[in-house]
Design a protein around this ligand. Structure first.
Ligand code: CMP
Length: 142
């Protein structure tokens, strides 16, 4: 699938005009991972933001003295890597491919510039982040 076509199906980019999608598609680089590959490692310095074009990943947090905890699974159209980019902190969790996974990656600089110039993308990212927070809270009170 063409990069632009992939991006069109990503919810956070759904409201972008065609010319902006085209520009974004040029900024995003395809990155392929095999099942079992670590894509992002907890505590590493962040370099980029990832959108899943196809495949599935798990988000895992290491626990001191305990076994690692699976926080979530993400699939086609989902994104990850935004937290460390927003905060300027190291990665909050490890993201590992559960199956062969194709991502589109964008650098921190380009991602932040994108959010600054397109409020609709920033709001869509924020909505998803808040939704993930609600999920965590719901699980804590289960
Ligand atoms: P970042 O901290 O840059 O790197 C790890 C990523 O995992 C993080 O950004 C989020 O994109 C993602 N992540 C962390 N916690 C969760 C969660 N509870 N649900 C979904 N994704 C998460």
């Amino acid at each position: 699938m063409e990069r632009e076509e992939i991006l069109r199906n990503v919810p956070i980019f759904a409201d972008l005009e065609r010319k902006h999608l085209k520009r974004l598609a040029k900024l995003m680089v395809p990155r392929d991972f095999k099942a079992g590959d670590t894509i992002v490692k907890e505590k590493d310095q962040p370099a980029g933001f990832f959108v899943i074009a196809s495949g599935k990943v798990e988000v895992v947090r290491e626990a001191e003295g305990g076994s690692p905890q699976v926080l979530n699974q993400l699939g086609t159209g989902d994104f990850f890597g935004e937290m460390a980019l927003f905060e300027g902190f190291p990665r909050s969790a490890t993201v590992r491919a559960l199956e062969d996974t194709e991502c589109l990656a964008i650098t921190r600089w380009d991602f932040l510039a994108e959010l600054s110039s397109h409020a609709e993308v920033a709001v869509a990212v924020l909505k998803t982040v808040v939704h993930r927070l609600r999920d965590i809270e719901a699980r804590l009170t289960e």
